[in-house]
Design a protein around this ligand. Sequence first.
Ligand code: DSN
Length: 425
Amino acid sequence: MFGFRDAASYRDQLQVADPEIFDAIVGEEDRERRGIELIPSENYTYPEVLSALGSVLTNKYAEGYPGRRYYGGQKFTNRVENLARDRATSLFRCDHANVQPLSGSPMNQAVYLAFMKPGDTILGMDLSHGGHLTHGSPVSHMGQLFDFVRYKTQPEHAGAIDFDALHRLAREHRPKIVLCGYTSYPRDYDYAEFKSVADEVGALTMADISHIGGLVAAGVMANPFDAGFDLVTTTTHKSLRGPRAGMVLCRAELAAAVDRSVFPGLQGGPHMNTIAAVAITLKKAAEPDFRRYAEDVLRNAKALAAGLLEGGGSLITGGTDNHMLVLDSVATCGIDGRLAERTLDQVGITTNKQVIPDDPNPPLRPSGIRLGSPAATTRGMGPDEMRRIATWILEALAAREDDARMDAIRAEVEGLCEGFPVPAI
Ligand code: DSN
């Protein structure tokens, strides 16, 4: 098996050829092994995915699509890309999949550029209420190119969206696309309500399900296509547990415009090693084990939320319906998200600072942190471990100036991690 046979010896070769990079990789392995990963957008991928990423497919240019390439020698790349596309359409129950986007931002950009002209309007979720940078933040190029009108959630009503207000916004601004999707919203959506807003003004419906792609694939969260959505985008490295990449899924009538927009509109040669890894990920996501994993992700997020709430933590929207939580660290213990993130880093619990709805503080010193269960669940941790982690989080935030207690929590965290190996390390 050329290209796979000698993984161990390749590692030895790297150690000799570039010891500085080798040491950094080994350091990251150690960090992943010894700490608890709670960033909701991160996960531990499969050994098979790492194998495909490191395969000879990285050598090949494959501009175009299967059967319509601009270079010769595509027998195996065509096979790989067709498998990835077929698995994606089957898993997400849609007509067409473009599996070439290099990651989440180009995936969303490709959709906007396929269906809108500069200056056109799109309704998207406000960044501080959970939307993503590519959903219209003024600091993103897309935010400057298109007219994003941003809607908000109602944190005091468990994060519910005011759809009457959204209908009014749509009538006023006549968007070309009604976009839903999030990066820090701990609730589920009613996709049929979004569809009715779009239908009223003749707009396309687009859902960015990057965070919950694995949960939708497994059937434990709603699939926007079941509500008649036109376009769904998802990254593949979050709850799906795959390589870092993106996909655009759509109805058949939109396929040609999407494909043209990804290539040649936005990108050049696709990363065929990554597309092979996406195909492997999608095959695994169709298996019964993955459904059990997705159920555990939801159960664990609820256990983490319960532990934090019982210990006096303040959660945005009061809880979670998906895999993520946003802890208001200012309300919980009087410190901003940057200090909370650093404090938890010290005890081996990795989170990320997070703006909260209409945050009065700036993005680099926001009022909260974001937490999630996918990575810990991949290690086999369950609700009991989640409750212990919740206790450590609250203890560490309170005891941050007590070095002895912080050291003790770190030792307890590492002790727990020893019992839950990281796949592929
Ligand atoms: N960086 C991703 C996340 O953490 O949600 C989104 O791009």
